[in-house]
Write a protein that binds this ligand. Structure first.
Ligand SMILES: Nc1ncnc2c1ncn2[C@@H]1O[C@H](COP(=O)(O)OP(=O)(O)OP(=O)(O)O)[C@@H](O)[C@H]1O
Length: 560
């Protein structure tokens, strides 16, 4: 980074970030910052080890894995230096500027910093039992869940052939900078699926489909209908491919240089599949409408620049962002989360995004760290992936809507839902960004309700009675029927569980462990954050805080 005076916007000051985005482009300062963070993390880890009990964490025991988290190395970081310098920030209602140091690296200041004496040196002992947010792969998880749901709904209908084809094969033409999904998904649903195919049957179907698909395949698509990009390929005579950013369920995303505008863009290339293309067109329409209602681009929803068709694929050209918030967490807050200043800025931007969605009467229906993108400075975030979004009028019962860990209870229970489902997801996301741990990690909808009640208390009976699916999970007296795996037989059994009125793992204790040393000011701020999350995660959808109310919450407005 150049040793020059750097001007900071109020938000930059508040975050303690410098305004020089070029510092991220040059390799050595990034690595220096990474080395410092890594050294701090190791130091913290060593101190924590001294206080750990001998027994390994429950999750680790359950997985038969070691408690050590692999170190997070920036050396594996894809080169993202093609991104443009971020535009100056202008966030309405930005909290007052805070003391900061322009000499701090932008990256290190997302991390909780024990040197500042404010944030957590020692996680709660209970934290050790909670799955790390950085390691979660929601796409794989959701694919599993949707496949099981489809199976349940449609059994052996015509979709089975298509799905079988989707199970096949790795892409052979290995592109650069591909994000890998973990092969082993520790959070996959394991016990709710009484209709699931046996693995042997599954592999038979897949083998048959592979033979068929390969014969029918166009040479620019893989067997799953993903477009196979090659480096430096020019798409639409305009976009030169520079990197492959990864694959989701509906699309692959590449980075390219727009040779006409001479700037990087991200292009989402929808899979070659009619229903996905249709969903892609719906996403385009929604993004256009949102942009039309936010002409000055102040509401933190990712901008669609244009769309076109290429070799049978719908392509959506987006403004280029740097990485999603799960990746941010992986790099700067693995296991410990991001600092409260970053959380405050991100909260505010998310609420602005939600206020736009609400104004335009859309539900996002898939908010989670993976679908929130940060720019290179990590100061500006945008809500992305409107692929599950829909007008509020299309809110039919859909118990598998929203990625499971971020799914509001009313969705699971079959209660009429509305904008509150996105606020619930934001509540889960903010908890995760602050702690580095996932808030609710149910294996399935039944287990989600259990973990939600352990943290948020019993559901009011009045609410439960509104649910069309309530009696799948509760008996006639509204006692919870927990589905659990019998240790001896391995079979799924249903047990009536007496849920305590008082939560056994409430939000406050998970956010402010007893042994945490905080000064009065920090304690106040953290209390305020707890209060905000409490309101985002109200079990009663109609009582949940709205985006406009959240923007006025003291956690947002009363920064120290
Ligand atoms: N505008 C962008 N700039 C940079 N990266 C992006 C952009 N859009 C998407 N990505 C990257 O691609 C990933 C997948 O994008 P997106 O969620 O829109 O696709 P998807 O197919 O709907 O994924 P999923 O099925 O997992 O929800 C994002 O998490 C992000 O890492």
């Amino acid at each position: 980074m150049n040793a020059k005076t750097i001007e900071q916007t109020p938000l930059q000051q508040q975050l303690g970030l410098n305004g020089d985005s070029t510092s991220i482009d040059s390799t050595s300062p990034v690595l220096d910052a990474a080395a410092v963070i890594e050294a701090r993390r190791k130091r913290r880890e060593a101190i924590k080890n001294q206080y750990r009990t001998q027994a390994p964490p429950l999750l680790v025991q359950a997985l038969g894995a070691t408690s050590e988290v692999p170190s997070n190395s920036l050396s594996t970081t894809p080169n993202r230096s093609v991104s443009p310098s971020p535009a100056p920030l202008s966030v309405p209602g930005t909290p007052t500027a805070m003391e900061s140091s322009a000499t701090h690296s932008p990256l290190s200041n997302l991390t909780k910093d024990e040197a500042a004496g404010s944030d957590d040196m020692f996680g709660s002992p209970r934290d050790e039992d909670e799955p790390s947010a950085a390691d979660y792969d929601p796409t794989a998880d959701m694919q599993d869940e949707r496949a099981r749901h489809d199976k349940r709904m449609f059994k052996e209908d015509e979709r089975s052939e298509e799905k079988a084809g989707q199970q096949v094969l790795e892409q052979t033409n290995a592109p650069i900078e591909t994000k890998k999904h973990d092969e082993f998904d520790m959070f996959a649903e394991e016990d709710d699926d009484m209709f699931a195919e046996q693995p042997t049957q599954k592999s038979k179907v897949a083998t048959a489909a592979r033979t068929l698909d390969q014969g029918m395949m166009d040479n620019w698509d893989d067997a799953d209908g993903y477009y196979l990009t090659t480096l430096r390929e020019k798409i639409d005579d305009r976009y030169e491919v520079t990197a492959n950013l990864g694959r989701g369920m509906f699309a692959s995303v590449i980075r390219a240089i727009d040779t006409k505008a001479d700037k990087p863009v991200a292009i989402k290339i929808i899979r070659n599949n009619e229903s996905m293309k249709k969903a892609g067109h719906k996403e385009v329409d929604i993004l256009k409408d949102l942009a039309a209602n936010d002409p000055d681009d102040r509401k933190h929803v990712v901008r669609l620049l244009r769309s076109f068709e290429h070799k049978g694929h719908l392509c959506m050209v987006f403004e280029n962002m740097d990485m999603n918030l799960r990746e941010v967490l992986k790099k700067f807050g693995r296991e410990i989360g991001l600092n409260l200043k970053a959380i405050r800025a991100y909260s505010q931007q998310l609420f602005l995004g939600l206020s736009l969605l609400r104004k335009c009467q859309y539900l996002h229906a898939d908010l989670k760290p993976d679908n929130i993108l940060a720019d290179e400075s990590r100061m500006k975030i945008k809500i992305a992936d409107l692929g599950s979004a829909s007008p509020i009028t299309e809110n039919a019962t859909a118990p598998y809507l929203v990625s499971r860990f971020y799914r509001a209870p009313e969705v699971i229970l079959g209660i009429d839902y509305d904008y509150g489902i996105d606020m619930w997801s934001v509540g889960c996301t903010l908890f995760e960004l602050y702690t580095g741990k996932i808030l609710f990690t149910g294996r399935n909808n039944n287990n989600m309700l259990k973990t939600i009640m352990e943290c948020r208390g019993k559901f009011p009976h009045k609410l439960l009675r509104k649910g069309s699916l309530t009696y799948e999970y509760f008996d006639d007296l509204l006692n919870f029927k927990s589905q659990e795996q019998d240790k001896a037989t391995g079979r799924i059994v249903t047990r009536n569980i007496d849920i305590k009125a008082k939560p056994v793992r409430d939000l406050r204790s998970r956010l402010i462990p007893k042994d945490r040393r905080l000064n009065e000011q920090d304690k106040k701020e953290l209390e305020s954050f707890v209060d905000l999350l409490d309101k985002c995660l109200d079990l009663r959808p109609d009582k949940r805080i709205t985006p406009t109310e959240a923007l006025k919450h003291p956690f947002i407005t009363k920064a120290k």
